[in-house]
Design a protein. Structure first.
Lengths: 472, 472
């Protein structure tokens, strides 16, 4: 089967090939491996996701173990766990043994713990030790992302010998990451790095230590995956070595794992920013009650916080009774505060996520947000006053004799509330971070709620000053 | 100077080294190149960003041209443009000639057009042609991201000859991307791919065509950068070839450019989701009026839309006068609709961005959102009714004789508004996409505004039904 070209916005390969492969599985399962040989494992994984669940194990069994492991690596997490849990521990162990150590550890982490231990017990001793070491790291850290298979050579080795060694490893069928060759000194510490390309380019007769870069960007095992992403992206790397305190290489994080981490991290951030817990699963497959729980929790918290508006309004009920016109503008004025807060909080959360802004910058941010808020508030003030005067003049609505004062109340309240919204929205991520929470928890709805309650107080305080002696 | 280790949350290298390098620039500029030789170009670029502007050209002049070009590639866009615009066209041409073609094109795109053409005219003919070709592509497409320097060999070439050719290129000091070697047939069409590692592992005596993968993931030049990112990430690639209609390789997009594109795209999405235009610049450096414009435009649009709430409220002013207690709960009920809408819209925008959900899925999404909205609304309904009954019972507030009916009004309105918020929030990104806009323009504040206006109507309609004959 020839692989169709990639077309945007779809994964057509899988949909096109699934029926054929399914038919082949029924007719002559032994032919499946050869027929799908040229397909990218990612495409074959997509096919696997489309065929009936009971056929998945049949398909994997029809492939050579290494190929089946490749397909498993690209498979949807839930399906992968399901498939492995349905197999015997020995069958599953045979498959996961063929995976790269980092994927093997990630896979075992996803499946049911007891079953994971059975599988772990059934894989060869060396791979088991390696996997256990990786499982000890938090999956969201450099240690949790790294693979332990990498190529390192001593600095004293001759270039030609190093090239021969690399060639041997490349031919061995082992799965070392090989973009970079790491160079160690006699104590085993990392002393340099060179790319496969630089190894090829090196003059004959030189030693590895002569041509390697002695400056190596490294990362500690406990570094958060966001930091790993920042380093890889800042230095345009394809792989970064993870080192221990003695500067010995523990493993390597490759760029493909980092891209996945960046995407996941961004998905979490957007979901939190929207005012909910991160789903941790694709939208379409998350269960109904799980979805309700992830969203309902925050929604209830926001609802309970927003109840203060009812209390605040109760406090000002007398004013509302006297000047019903005030009530008409409450949603308008309040929402403007929420909107300016939402803008500010999104800006700051993102700038923090990419490392543009740090905790100590809060003061500089506040100094930017206050004038920005005043300028935007002044703009809305003009629009708001114009709206009230216009409606009154052309007779669309009668706000009473003191309509001009009501217009001034709304206008001044807008300046105050938009400025306060910008300031509160920009400062909340700093407060969250300072308190040890994820700054992204300072979601747009959270800011809006905060600004709603305080905004009401600003609105009625302005009203009491402006309308004192006339309407109030 | 030895490079300090990377420490999280900071770019300490630059801050630590800048004073030394600055002193060296004054004392013995000729020593700068040797002293900074082992620094990563990214770190040296960070240093460059920290020293006084007038010293930047001095520093770059003190480095070998290729090294200076490397530093320029990592420099902040605005500073890079400034530096190149301040040089003579010949000096600037000497620097950009040393850049990789894709960075050269990107750089010229950033600087003032007339000056860019002068620089372009001063670079060598071949590089100029190459650059002009790249400049013809939209910078946000695969063509705009790709570099034209890559390694390709004919399928009929022997492995050893190919390795020798690759070695010659690696030694030439040219800057070809070399993670993958592309294999062409006799018509020049792309027929296969193999990694440098696979080339090394190939058995002696074989031909390149025998060992290359014939399945090659490719991307058309006009593909959007989001699509490029999706392909690179889906297939775990370090580089993807860009092909023309005849399946000839035009260039290669490497993963580092894709990571930058993913980050930029994500920053834009978060800013739009926050209810503003994308800044396109770092938060800390964007000018005051530019910031006000990017945020004030949307804020004014939202304000004008939200004015409908004042009109709607005006319509129900009679009800508010009769039952002031209703007014107290307007912010609470409305904000819950906005919050559920914000959740739904964030979820869907993100799921669309990573390709999990497509336009045709709108119906399946609606079928998920309606029951989710009802369940969450029912939860808030219970909380809301409990709150009113509790306050009434313990005497915190007196909602009048018909307080139970007011509680029922608030509760039922919450179910309606939260369901409507979830539905509207999830459908708006589809509507945006269908109309040809970026789905991320369906920002949280936009959804909240939409739901506010319609939410008021729901609230007062419920009130009229429940309170008909008693309070209204």
């Amino acid at each position: 089967m020839t692989p169709p070209e990639y077309t945007p916005e779809d994964r057509p390969v899988a949909a096109l090939l699934a029926p054929d492969i399914l038919a082949l599985l029924d007719d002559s399962p032994t032919a499946v491996a050869a027929e799908t040989e040229e397909l990218h494992a990612a495409d074959l994984a997509d096919v696997t996701e489309l065929i009936p669940r009971e056929k998945v194990a049949v398909l994997l069994a029809a492939l050579p173990p290494q190929r089946a492991a490749d397909v498993l690596e690209y498979l949807d997490e839930d399906l992968r766990a399901e498939v492995l849990e349905a197999m015997s521990a020995r069958q599953a162990a045979a498959l996961v043994s063929e995976m790269t150590p980092d994927d093997r550890a990630d896979t075992l982490e996803e499946i049911e713990e007891e079953r994971a231990e059975e599988i772990l017990a059934a894989i060869p001793a060396e791979a088991r030790r390696e996997t256990e070491q990786l499982l000890a790291y938090d999956p969201d850290t450099a240690g949790g992302l790294m693979t332990t298979e990498f190529v390192s050579v001593p600095a004293s080795m001759a270039i030609e010998a190093a090239l021969a060694a690399v060639r041997t490893i490349a031919r061995s069928g082992r799965r070392e990451a090989m973009y970079q060759i790491y160079v160690t000194d006699e104590t085993g510490q990392l002393s340099g790095v060179l790319s496969l390309r630089e190894l090829l380019a090196a003059p004959e007769g030189a030693k590895v230590g002569d041509v390697a870069w002695t400056e190596v960007v490294t990362i500690p095992a406990q570094a958060d995956r966001e930091e790993v992403a920042r380093v890889i992206s800042n230095y345009d790397l394809v792989a970064v070595p993870v080192v221990d305190d003695a500067h010995r290489v523990l493993g390597v994080v490759t760029v493909d794992d980092v891209i996945d981490a960046i995407q996941e991290e961004q998905t979490e951030d957007v979901q939190k920013l929207g005012g909910m817990e991160a789903l941790d699963e694709p939208y379409m497959t998350v269960g109904f009650w799980r979805m309700v729980k992830k969203r309902g929790g925050w929604l209830s918290f926001l609802f309970l916080s927003e109840m203060f508006t009812a209390s605040a309004m109760g406090h000002y009920a007398g004013d509302v009774t006297k000047v019903v016109a005030l009530a008409l503008f409450i949603p308008l004025v309040m929402s403007s505060g929420g909107n300016s807060g939402s803008q500010a909080t999104s800006l700051i959360i993102r700038a923090m996520a990419i490392g543009e802004i740090r905790l100590r910058d809060w003061w500089r941010v506040a100094l930017r947000e206050i004038p920005t808020g005043i300028a935007m508030g002044a703009g809305l003030c003009i629009l708001g006053i114009a709206r009230i005067l216009l409606w009154q003049e052309i007779g669309l609505y009668n706000y009473g004799t003191h309509y001009a004062l009501i217009a001034v109340t709304v206008g001044l309240a807008l300046i105050g509330i938009v400025t306060w919204g910008s300031l509160a929205g920009s400062m909340l991520p700093f407060v969250m971070k300072r308190l040890g929470f994820d700054p992204a928890s300072a979601s747009a709805p959270f800011v809006a709620t905060l600004v709603d309650v305080t905004g009401l107080v600003i609105f009625f305080s302005v009203a009491q000053i402006v309308l004192n002696g006339t309407l109030l």
